[in-house]
Design a protein around this ligand. Sequence first.
Ligand SMILES: [Zn+2]
Ligand SMILES: [Zn+2]
Length: 170
Amino acid sequence: MPSTTLSTSSSSSNIQDDDDLQNMHHHFRSKTVCKLNCAHCDNSVCARGMKAMLLADTRIELYSTDVPPFSYVVQLVGEDYMTQNCQCKIRDVACLTCGNVLGYHITQPCQQCMEACNNGHLWMFHTEAVTSEERLDPEGKKILLWAHLPRAEKDTEAVNSEDEYEQCCR
Ligand SMILES: [Zn+2]
Ligand SMILES: [Zn+2]
């Protein structure tokens, strides 16, 4: 599955996206939304993170997200490779500001992971490579849950207000 299927460009996919969110397993819907920063340079890398466990090895915790991080924030580095856990093809993701490897992108999910109860997220961040902060609802009062998170293309905080955020918070 190419990563382009996750892009937010085509309007015909909007209905499908809604279905996806509604069909998301309640286990995932009740999870909090995290904002992730690079642990090394504190660059903001993701506003839609979810704390998750590796399907192939549930002792390993990581953060995952459903949308590709901005191309000016991270970059895919090196070649696709496989781990001993499963047959997924993955590629490392590095912070463009400091060069540290933050996690990886699943470029081709394996059968085993597709059939498992997965959250559909193809971008992973190592817990030791990022710092996380619970994201609040638009009023800033309650911790935001995935069940209440707008889908990616309607999520202004994750999609197009990043520059304003940078300006007012730094
Ligand atoms: Zn796999
Ligand atoms: Zn960094």
